[in-house]
Design a protein around this ligand. Structure first.
Ligand code: ADP
Ligand code: MG
Length: 345
């Protein structure tokens, strides 16, 4: 069941400039957590503001919960859209208590509203803190108040703009998991914006990636990482090695040796073989593999990165398990078990 559908959404702030959002179409399923990723200026916040009703698109339609909320000049006002928002800086009212902050958006009789607010604070694990003020709470707790305030009125969708960007790295992993669990417990549909691929890959059910206002790909994390539709998406989700290769009838010639591949005959001129560090393997024995010199082994606890160089000093990085021992940094053999072929020039 789709709860939100955007069709061909265009938005320009300034006629002299490019579109901030360009022909964007996608749907979000009920109960799904969607991450919206992209570099700074790619249109993420604009897209959230269009859904929330804080901006109106130049073109396109938006439907939410079976109701068309944007079409041509028609626009259901923000406060009637039943959209919950969590802002990057949380935007809590400093002079109101935690309970009062959560009560703020609930338009119900006082008694009933209080029951809902208290239940929601319980859900986010803040039962003890009703009477405190925002400044008395940690960053992670403040964020849970902001979340409680957004979900207490029972919105049709929850929108969060960079919810994790103000948290330090240690806290972030924990908060990210807590927020995910709270959202999943309530069954609420959520879209969160992030520029951090780790946030997106670990938290979202699906990820939509924007570049210069265009939607590049929307898919489950694994597919975005393993089967990116274009080089931009591939590079956004982590480092790739690049090998310049000359195609022949039955394989590619590279500066590390020959790779047998029937795909090669499809190419007339130089190509780039692009592969992630985990898509290659360092092997013991000489054979049909590529060869080079190990120039560095960097240990990261969970894995190692082995840097292998060709005769001209050009190197690639290959991921290995952390227990693997490389005594002498000398000759090494490796093979690629997955790579993308891109036209080089
Ligand atoms: P992101 O959230 O991905 O960083 P934004 O949606 O904030 O991207 O911005 C997309 C583009 O729109 C950028 O080029 C930005 O400069 C421009 N933009 C955003 N908000 C405004 C505004 N209120 N007025 C004019 N230009 C804006
Ligand atoms: Mg933004």
């Amino acid at each position: 069941m789709q709860i939100l559908t955007l069709k061909e959404i265009n938005k320009k702030y300034d006629q002299a400039k490019d579109f901030a959002v360009n022909k964007v179409s996608f749907s979000v399923n009920e109960g799904e957590i969607l991450a919206l990723v992209g570099e700074s200026g790619s249109g993420k916040t604009t897209l959230l503001r269009l859904i929330a009703g804080l901006e109106h698109p130049d073109q396109g339609t938006i439907a939410l919960g079976g109701q068309v909320i944007v079409e041509g000049k028609k626009s259901v006002p923000a406060h009637e859209r039943k959209v919950g928002m969590v802002f990057q800086d949380y935007a809590l009212f400093p002079h109101l208590t935690i309970l009062e902050n959560v009560l703020y958006g609930i338009s119900k009789p006082k008694k009933e509203a209080e029951v809902i607010a208290k239940e929601t604070l319980k859900l986010v694990g803040l039962t003890e803190d009703h009477g405190k003020y925002p400044h008395q709470l940690s960053g992670g707790q403040q964020q849970r108040v902001a979340l409680a305030r957004a979900i207490a009125p029972n919105p049709r969708i929850l929108l969060m703009d960079e919810p994790f960007s103000n948290l330090d790295a240690l806290l972030k992993d924990q908060v990210r998991e807590e927020i995910r669990q709270i959202i999943k417990m309530t069954g609420i549909t959520a879209i969160f914006v992030t520029h951090d691929t780790k946030d997106a890959l670990s938290t979202a059910d699906r990820i939509a990636i924007l570049h210069k206002g265009y939607l590049q790909q929307i898919d489950v994390p694994k597919n975005l990482y393993e089967n990116p539709v274009n080089p931009y998406v591939a590079n956004f989700f982590g480092k790739r090695n690049e090998l310049i290769a000359n195609p022949s009838e039955d394989g590619f010639y590279t500066s590390f040796g020959y790779i047998a591949d029937p795909e090669a005959k499809k190419y007339k001129s130089k190509v780039r073989l692009m592969f992630r560090p985990e898509h290659a393997e360092v092997v013991q024995r000489e054979g049909q593999q590529l060869t080079g010199n190990i120039v560095k082994v960097a240990y990261f606890g969970s894995h190692q990165l082995v840097k292998i160089s060709d005769e001209q000093g050009y190197s690639v990085s290959i991921r290995t398990n952390p227990g693997r021992v490389f005594d002498n940094l000398g000759n090494a053999f490796f093979y690629l078990w997955k790579y993308d072929i891109e036209e080089a020039f």
